[in-house]
Design a protein around this ligand. Structure first.
Ligand code: UDP
Length: 453
């Protein structure tokens, strides 16, 4: 457990890896009736069955689904393989878990394979990941050899007879050594930000990347100059996942009761790992400034503080910044809290994402999809999602954030319009169905096939 906790601060409801599955850290405990027993399971629940394409029709309309079926029609006799480094955990696995059943339903024959490796391999690839994000790294000959040895083992174990082979991220990227002599086109899908890579690691990986027929990045800013064609695929969310699906009003009320949130007053929320780059302390400061003028509560919901020493330290800093303010509700949630996060986003009046640095910022996508007015920093992929004063508000400081909390709480019509237009922006660009459409079009281009007439 990561923060000092008085017995009355503990919320019952299961045992996480470190004792409590959820830890609410209201500095002044609210009255007993404001905080009951959230029933968050102490182990991850079994995932619900994946939705079928027809389930998206009420959200997207039939024409959009017909378009997907049409685009897939020319690919029916073709075969596709996707390869990544993990079947569970992490954003890539989450997307593939949704995307592949949809492709199969469209009769695009798709196999998903996962590379294997020992701890030494995954330690090296984790270090590569951090170094490619610009971190310091002592790139040794030994690390290089571990990477190449496991790549070779995987390469020998796997076959690549498909028409299209899509390799995700750096861990399996050296599999491209098998390309010569295989019939297919090879695509490297990079989900990470390569804008400031460690020169040694990038210099080592680049010759592999340039053997592919194409590379895909999540933002123009994340890409590198390469000798192969590059495509832009935005990250995406699934509107039917636990994190994003519609929820009953009774469940929303239950979550508010459980966490001591007063729905009769405005709620300002940030959902983020307890990480300094998410600036949770800055959110507390902005909230305190705004609350001098407008009544509101702040919910800071995050995770990662139980198994990460830095997360625990950041949580502690947030608790200290909150002081004895009873309107600041800090929730340290286990990783399988998708429904709770969904509910917290839905009951919010405003959602904040005050990151100092950011990848794409999926929490922003999730909040926009729920029609929320979002105030977020102009960093990483956030400006792609938030068009200032059209689909949300971009800010650059604590004071700017405070000003816009106050402004939106006193201008509900503008707040409503931002949320509504934000949702449309997500519908158009950042849903899994849009992502699926991009894949289908790219496959057609790579294979130079035309859909059936
Ligand atoms: N999230 C979560 N539990 C938490 C905090 C965040 O499940 O305690 C989710 C959040 O809803 C989003 C993802 O983790 O789906 C975070 O993605 P984002 O791109 O915003 O930030 P990252 O954590 O990858 O930097």
């Amino acid at each position: 457990m990561s923060a000092p906790q008085r017995p009355e601060e503990k919320i019952e409801g299961g045992n996480g890896a470190h004792g409590e599955s959820v830890q609410a850290v209201n500095v002044t405990p609210p009255p007993v009736e404001r905080r009951r027993k959230p029933r968050i399971p102490d182990t991850p629940p079994a995932p619900p069955p994946p939705p079928s394409l027809d389930d998206y029709e009420p959200l997207l309309g039939k024409p959009e689904l017909d378009e997907l079926r049409f685009l897939a029609s020319g690919l029916r006799a073709r075969t596709l393989k996707m390869v990544n480094s993990t079947a569970v955990g992490g954003g890539v696995a989450e997307i593939l878990n949704r995307l592949i059943p949809l492709m199969s339903e469209l009769e695009v024959s798709t196999r998903w394979e996962v590379i294997t490796g020992g701890n030494d391999f995954f330690e090296v690839t984790k270090a590569f990941h951090n170094a490619l994000h610009g971190g310091e790294y002592d790139f040794t000959k030994e690390a290089r050899e571990i990477f190449l040895t496991y790549s070779e083992m995987n390469r020998r174990r796997m076959e690549f007879g498909e028409d299209l082979v899509v390799i995700h991220d750096p861990q399996p990227c050296a599999l491209v050594r098998s390309k010569t002599g295989t019939p297919g086109r090879w695509i490297w899908r990079c989900h990470i930000d390569l804008s400031h890579p460690h020169p040694g690691v990038w210099g080592f990986l680049r010759p592999f990347v340039e053997q592919y027929d194409a590379a895909i990045f999540s933002s123009p800013a994340f890409s590198r100059q390469l000798a192969v064609p590059q495509y832009l695929f935005y990250p995406c969310i699934d509107p039917l996942s636990e994190k994003n699906k519609e929820l009953d009003e009774s469940y929303l009320q239950k979550i508010c009761d459980d966490f001591g949130i007063d729905r009769s007053r405005p709620v300002v929320t940030q959902v983020s790992r307890f990480d300094r780059l998410k600036d949770p302390v800055g959110v507390v400061q902005a909230f305190k400034l705004a609350r001098k003028y407008v009544d509101c509560q702040l919910v800071l919901a995050g995770g990662g503080a139980s198994d990460d020493p830095e997360g625990a330290a950041v949580l502690q800093e947030v608790v200290e910044a909150a002081g004895d303010d009873p309107d600041i509700i800090i929730l340290n949630l286990p990783p399988w809290s998708a429904l709770e996060i969904n509910a917290l986003q839905r009951i919010s009046t405003i959602v904040i994402q005050k990151s100092l640095r950011e990848g794409f910022g999926l929490t922003v996508t999730e909040a926009l999809w729920k029609g929320k007015p979002v105030i977020a920093s102009a960093v990483g992929g956030i400006p792609t999602q938030i068009i200032h004063k059209l689909t949300g508000v971009l800010v650059h400081s604590i004071e700017g954030c405070a000003y816009h909390i106050r402004y939106l709480l006193t201008h509900p019509e503008l707040a409503r319009r931002l949320g509504q237009d934000g949702r449309e922006h997500v519908r158009e660009n950042f849903l899994i169905t849009t992502n699926l459409r991009r894949w289908l079009v790219l496959f057609q281009v790579m294979l130079q096939v035309a859909p059936e007439k």
